[in-house]
Design a protein around this ligand. Structure first.
Ligand code: ADP
Ligand code: MG
Length: 484
């Protein structure tokens, strides 16, 4: 259990997350207007999205399918009957004066997510529900002093609100939860998970309690848009609440905002209750009835998800939990790795992908799909090590050359630069004889019991052969000669 040390004893932090995930769909939830990110303001707005009088919403079947797919990916119950409700509130960028959402009867019920924590530990976090709802427009306050502009491009875009149970106990767990959820959504192709563009936003509910006590009063931090900020907000908020209670105060249930520049949360408004929204079933929409067979077809078409893939990598490829977890976190990474590992030693391939490839991607700020070295090219390079053509050290050089020049053919680079490993013992022996003859002092040191000198000799021979000598052969011959 992760406990926080207060002035008067220990505390436990309790966290529940409401994640708004924008549905991948070309059209909006109740209109045919497009949803591309970054379009000119107010160019993707139908009369429905602008709430012109007399306009009627028409449900987008693909968005429903995406929500069902997500629910199935979260191992959740799919409700074959669900209802759209109006959630009434005023906001300048909400032209309808209400948001169409789902309240008592959401499309998806209880599910769960398994978190991979440090040391191969796992933890299951409950999902309370997933419902479909419309996004609002956007108020732009920074275009002109004293004026606010409204952009309705986002108005009516489909969101899935995914609500967790209050099952998380630390900022690390909340971070792991968001990363895992994002990974599942990306595998499913139902949300791109891009937090910078606002496709994934978190409302963070935080309370504290003494271990073993009932849940404390929570505060809700709205619209946090990065994993790091979510974690900072939790740390700050838990400390703030503990301070108040230890000073004899009580926590007011309220909605707060996180200010990334100060690393603080501050009050935004007192918490509204659901009855404040005067929810009622939207009279323009019939209850949503799903066909059980249609749901079963979607289930049958789901891709292998990270959890299952990780288990398979561990069982079939003999990878450890850590490597398998890293390799399955992104679907593209898993696909790249599998293409490299096909018919090769999985552990060696995992080392290449997680070592040289990840380092090069990081340095260049590229995603794995943009890597200049393809899975096929990397595989062919690894084959050259396996069949003894080049050493691992030389292979690293060849990899760098491929990365830099975009050349796809490792064997051609090796041939062109004459990088083949020297395994011919005659040639190596000649080099060794030269080095031994030229360094009587080091030979004496070895004979006097200084084992470390061996490393120095190997280094000299590698230098003389420009790294091309087979290190195993060098070691063998060297030890034999020095023992003479
Ligand atoms: P609302 O929509 O009003 O914010 P919900 O019932 O949908 O309320 O709950 C929102 C979130 O708050 C859920 O993720 C839930 O897990 C979390 N939550 C509820 N009680 C607590 C608590 N005491 N401490 C932390 N989180 C909580
Ligand atoms: Mg909430």
């Amino acid at each position: 259990m992760t406990l926080i040390e207060g002035r008067t004893g220990e505390w436990e932090c309790v966290i529940g997350l409401e994640i708004h995930a924008q549905v991948i769909s070309k059209a909006k939830l109740f209109s045919g207007a497009p949803t591309d990110f970054g379009a000119e303001p107010n160019t993707q707005v139908s009369f429905v999205d602008a709430a012109m009088p007399g306009m009627l919403p028409v449900i987008n079947g693909f968005c429903v399918e995406q929500a069902v797919r997500t629910g199935l990916g979260l191992e959740a119950e799919i409700n074959l009957t669900s209802v759209f409700d109006r959630k009434n509130y005023f906001y300048p960028d909400l032209p309808q004066g209400y948001q169409i959402s789902q309240f008592p009867l959401p499309i998806v019920g209880k599910g769960s997510i398994t978190l991979d924590l440090e040391g191969g530990e796992t933890r299951t976090i409950g999902i309370e529900r997933l419902h479909l709802e419309q996004d609002a427009g956007k108020s732009l306050h920074d275009r002109e002093p004293g004026a606010t502009y409204i952009d309705l491009n986002r108005s009516g875009v489909a969101l899935m609100e995914i609500v967790s149970e209050p099952d998380m106990r630390s900022a690390e767990e909340a971070g792991a939860y968001i990363r895992k959820l994002r990974s599942i959504l990306r595998y499913l192709g139902t949300c791109d998970g891009n937090m910078e563009e606002g496709s994934l936003r978190a409302d963070v509910n935080v309370s504290v309690r003494r271990p073993g006590e009932d849940l404390g009063t929570r505060c809700e931090i709205k619209n946090v848009n990065s994993v790091r900020f979510v974690q900072q907000a939790i740390e700050y908020e838990a400390a703030r609440q503990i301070d108040i209670i230890e000073d004899g105060g009580v926590i007011a249930q309220e909605t707060r905002l996180f200010d990334p520049s100060r690393g603080e949360t501050r009050p935004m408004r007192t918490k509204e209750e659901s009855h404040d929204y005067r929810y009622f079933p939207d009279p323009d929409l019939l209850p949503l009835e799903l066909d059980a067979e249609w749901v079963a077809d979607i289930k049958a078409s789901l891709p292998e998800l990270p959890e299952a893939k990780k288990a398979r990598f561990m069982a079939d490829l003999d990878l450890d939990a850590y490597d398998a977890g890293v390799l399955v976190a992104e679907r593209e990474t898993a696909e790249y790795f599998e293409a490299v590992a096909e018919g090769r030693d999985a552990k060696a391939c995992a080392n290449w992908v997680m070592g040289d490839l990840f380092a090069a991607l990081n340095k260049a700020g590229l995603g794995i799909n943009e890597a200049p070295v393809s899975a096929a090219s990397l595989g062919a390079l690894i084959d050259l090590i396996d069949d003894g053509t080049i050493s691992r050290r030389i292979a690293k050089e060849v990899f760098e050359t491929m990365w830099r020049t975009g050349s796809k053919d490792a064997a051609a680079i090796v041939a062109e630069k004459g990088l083949e490993q020297i395994s011919d013992s005659g040639a190596i022996e000649a080099e060794i004889d030269k080095v031994i003859a030229a360094n009587p002092g080091q030979v004496a040191a070895f004979k006097g019991g200084n084992e470390k000198v061996i490393g120095w000799f190997v280094g000299q021979i590698m230098k003389a052969t420009e790294g091309k000598a087979n290190p195993r052969t060098v070691n063998e011959i060297l030890r034999r000669k020095l023992a003479d």
